[in-house]
Design a protein around this ligand. Structure first.
Ligand SMILES: [Zn+2]
Length: 235
């Protein structure tokens, strides 16, 4: 095999290596995993907010319980005075009756509020459970996709190892000067440095070689580059 033919095989390996590295870097599922992660974080923040409002509501309820207890104590004392027989002054008794009525009214209102708070807690609990389920679902979906990516990454790495080994072996058969030219062209020609010539046309740029140049190329074993694009040519 001529040095140029060997270089063409190196080129094929480099093309495949480049494709695999791109695929590893920009796996189509990566964007999906990132979007899922963003959504999961947003739902988690919401879940935290809901937990906070639950805590708030419980605090409010405890304060209400204390307040009801205070009212009950006061009510018991006032009723004791009203019915205990110690107070006989009618004006004072009327005052006590009014006080007892007012305390009972306050207590009823508080108890209603307490029940409303309990209902609102049921609603908060429902929202918290819904969010938790959503967070779990997103996490599972993310893990599933990540598993696919990881599996393919393992395959890609193993194929890359294999290709890089083959490339190393082939490069060892090529002269330093030609390799230098090749590596430079690989960078400047977007990954395509060696091409075949078909019917006098460079398959890198699709431009026909000048007749004299093409004749010299056919007769020679030394390295030729395309007069138009500069790529290394192989017969
Ligand atoms: Zn060309």
């Amino acid at each position: 095999m001529s040095e140029q033919e060997t270089l063409l095989r190196v080129q094929e390996l480099d093309t495949r290596i480049f494709e695999l590295r791109e695929r590893e870097k920009n796996h189509p599922l990566k964007a999906e995993v990132e979007a899922l992660e963003e959504e999961r974080e947003a739902r988690s923040v919401e879940a935290e907010e809901v937990a906070d409002s639950m805590e708030e509501s419980r605090k409010k309820q405890r304060a209400m319980e204390d307040e009801v207890q205070g009212l009950e104590n006061k009510l018991a004392r006032e009723e004791e005075k009203l019915y205990g027989g110690k107070v006989t002054n009618p004006k004072e008794l009327r005052g006590l009756q009014a006080e007892v009525r007012s305390l009972k009214k306050k207590k009823d209102a508080l108890e209603t509020e307490f029940l409303e708070e309990m209902e609102s807690q049921d609603e908060i609990k429902g929202r918290a459970e819904g969010l938790q389920a959503e967070v779990e679902r997103l996490r599972a979906e993310m893990e599933e996709k990540q598993k696919i990516i990881d599996g393919e990454t393992v395959e890609i790495r193993s194929e890359l190892d294999d290709l890089e080994g083959k490339r190393r072996a082939l490069r060892a058969e090529i002269g330093e000067e030609l390799l230098e030219l090749y590596d430079g062209l690989l960078k400047s020609k977007h990954g395509l440095a060696v091409v075949r010539v078909s019917d006098g046309v460079c398959l890198g740029c699709r431009v026909e070689l000048p007749g004299i140049e093409f004749d010299r190329f056919l007769k020679s074993d030394s390295t030729f580059t395309c007069t138009n694009c500069g790529r290394i040519l192989v017969k």
